[in-house]
Structures are given as C-alpha cells and as structure tokens.
Design a protein around this ligand. Structure first.
Ligand SMILES: [Mn+2]
Length: 344
C-alpha cells in the first residue's frame, strides 16, 4: 500500500518505488521473456495488462515466439496491439519479435516496456525504458527504478505481494511454476494462493483453470506407459522405464508423470536416448551419464544405450540403481522431516 509521506517528496526524475506504489506509465508494453514462454509469463502478462487497463491506462503485449496449447486460452487477441495483428500466425505467435515491436512503434510508442518472469527481451526497445519484474535472482536482489527482482515461488507472487495485483488468473502462475505446490517455495506459494482466494478465486474458477491446463495433456503418455518395461527399485523411490516410443514429447511427458511417484528416475526412449533425474542433492548423476556417452547436470542428465541389446539395458538398470541406492537407501531425508515434526 502506498502511504503519503508527511515529508515533502524529494524531487527525483524517477522514483525508485514508483511501480510498487501503483504509479505506472500512461502507456505500457508488457511482455514475457523471449524464452521460455510458460504459464507464469503468460498469466503475469495478462494480469498486469488487465490491471493497468482498469486504472484507465493503455497496455498491450506483443505476440510471442512460442505458445503452448495448454496455456493459449489465458491470452486473447485484445491483449495484443492491432498494429501487430497482421504478423500473427497461429496461437498468438510471430516469427520475429523485433518486427512486431517495430510495427507497434509506428503507431503506438510505449512510455515503458515491462518484462515479467525473465530479463531477456529478444528485441531492442529503441530507447524506451525497460522495467524488469522477475523471481529468478541473478546475484543480488533488486528493487529500484530498473526493476523488482526477488526470490518468489513465481513471478505472479511478486505481482501479488509487491504490486498489489491480485487477479485470480495468477493461480495459473502459482500452480505451474510450483508444479502444483511441489517445488519452488511451495509453502510460501500457498500464502499467495490464499490471497487470491480472498480476492475472487472461487472453487469453480480454480477447477476450471486446472481443467484447461491439464485436459490437453497428451494421452499418448498413458499408452506409452502401458506398453513400457517399468521397474521400480528402493521401495518405489527409484523408477526405471524403457519406452517403445521414440517421440521426445512422450518421453518428457512420461518423466513428468513419474516425478509424482519417484525420487530418482531413469527413462529410456525407444531410440536409446536415456534421461536421468533425481531430487536428491547428494547424488551426482554426471559420472553415470558420461559413462553412457552423454552428460548434463548433477541432478538431471542424459545418456545413450543400444536398446536392441537387452544386456545393455539390464546393465543400465543395475548401474542406475547402484548409484541412487548409495544415498537413496539412507532414509535420513525422511527421518529429518519426521524428527523436526514437520510431518506431524
Ligand atoms: Mn516463473
């Protein structure tokens, strides 16, 4: 909330906290990062545009380079300036962000460009000032005339907390960025969700959003699982899956589903590509991934096997289980939680 100070306001060209005090430019272009486009960036873009328009200000966004069917319902053509509409292909996308921005400048020059949920624009603002709202902190947190970059479960949570933009659509930002309250400060995210509930997020709306977000999942993921060689280890904590499917989207979808059940997983695609993933920070998957011809990060990596050779696949299963059980069978992660009473 903005409280008027009793002291006379210092004369500065730009007030550092202008935005969080509800004072926005007359004309604002709101965009997400060039990549990735996700439920957070799109719902924040729409929430901020609608908020500014309700204040009687002008606000628009540009088409994006990518758009997913699960989230394209959030945005409408009214959010995009008419000057860019001729460049739009399917699903509010365009080939060239600079061309879209330059087409916009010919008829409507924003006073400010606001980027939400990232910092890489993908176009030159041609001298228009940029303000960043982001929850990915690179180095120190920022809260000045150039932006508000603070750790938060999602960018939508910053809109709620820092800018008082309490739009029910931000439920999408929270759900998708925390993977339904499983990652990225999930307990903190629930506080923000509660504020949305107090400001118009009803059971019907939340159920509706979730239906739209989830109904379009590829049913091929379920079929692929039915036909896969699925093995569990470590009491179900580790999953090993060999798919017939070679489609990368199906492979990714299967890994996503398994993450609900297992702490460690190894998913082999029909063409022999292997993905490894664990949530245990004590495990380093890289030596295993490198042994299998690829590499990656400590908790997420890839390898390759000859899937036509069952002995190789069995060896991979053995090596994967051996690695994760060195720390995986140590149940201290459960004891820690139980011991501190957090599970009670
Ligand atoms: Mn985000």
């Amino acid at each position: 909330m903005f409280r008027q100070s009793s002291k006379p306001t210092a004369r500065r060209p730009v007030c550092a906290k202008r935005h969080s005090q509800g004072r926005w430019a007359k004309k604002t272009l709101v965009v997400g990062p060039a990549q990735p486009v996700d439920g957070d960036s799109v719902s924040c873009t729409v929430a901020l545009i609608d908020y500014l328009r309700k204040k009687g200000l002008e606000a628009y966004t540009l088409p994006t380079l990518m758009m997913y069917r699960q989230i394209d319902w959030i945005i409408s053509s009214a959010h995009i300036h008419p000057a860019c509409r001729r460049l739009i292909r399917a699903n509010f996308t365009c080939d060239n962000l600079q061309a879209a921005y330059d087409a916009l400048l010919e008829v409507w020059r924003p006073d400010e460009v606001v980027i939400v949920d990232g910092h890489l624009l993908g176009f030159d603002t041609r001298g228009v000032p940029l303000y960043v709202i982001d929850h990915h902190v690179r180095g120190a947190e920022v809260d000045d005339e150039n932006g508000c970059i603070k750790a938060a479960p999602s960018c939508g949570c910053l809109l709620i907390e820092r800018f008082g933009i309490i739009d029910p659509i931000l439920a999408v930002s929270i759900l998708t960025d925390t993977f339904w309250f499983r990652q990225n400060m999930p307990a903190g995210a629930i506080k923000h969700m509660a504020r949305l509930v107090a400001h118009g997020l009803t059971d019907e709306k939340l159920a509706h959003y979730q239906k739209l977000l989830m109904v379009r999942k590829d049913a091929g993921v379920i079929t692929a699982m039915q036909h896969a060689d699925v093995r569990f280890g470590l009491d179900g904590d580790a999953a090993f899956v060999v798919l017939d499917e070679t489609d990368p989207e199906i492979h990714r979808g299967v890994a996503g589903e398994l993450a609900y059940f297992s702490r460690h997983m190894c998913v082999v695609r029909g063409d022999g590509y292997v993905s490894f993933r664990t949530v245990d920070e004590r495990i380093d998957l890289r030596p295993l991934a490198e042994h299998y011809g690829r590499g990656g990060h400590a908790q997420q990596a890839a390898g390759q096997v000859d899937i036509s050779d069952p002995a190789q696949v069995d060896q991979l299963y053995h090596d994967f289980i051996t690695l994760v059980e060195t720390v995986g069978c140590d149940r201290s992660h459960r004891l820690e939680l139980t011991g501190s009473g957090r599970l009670s």
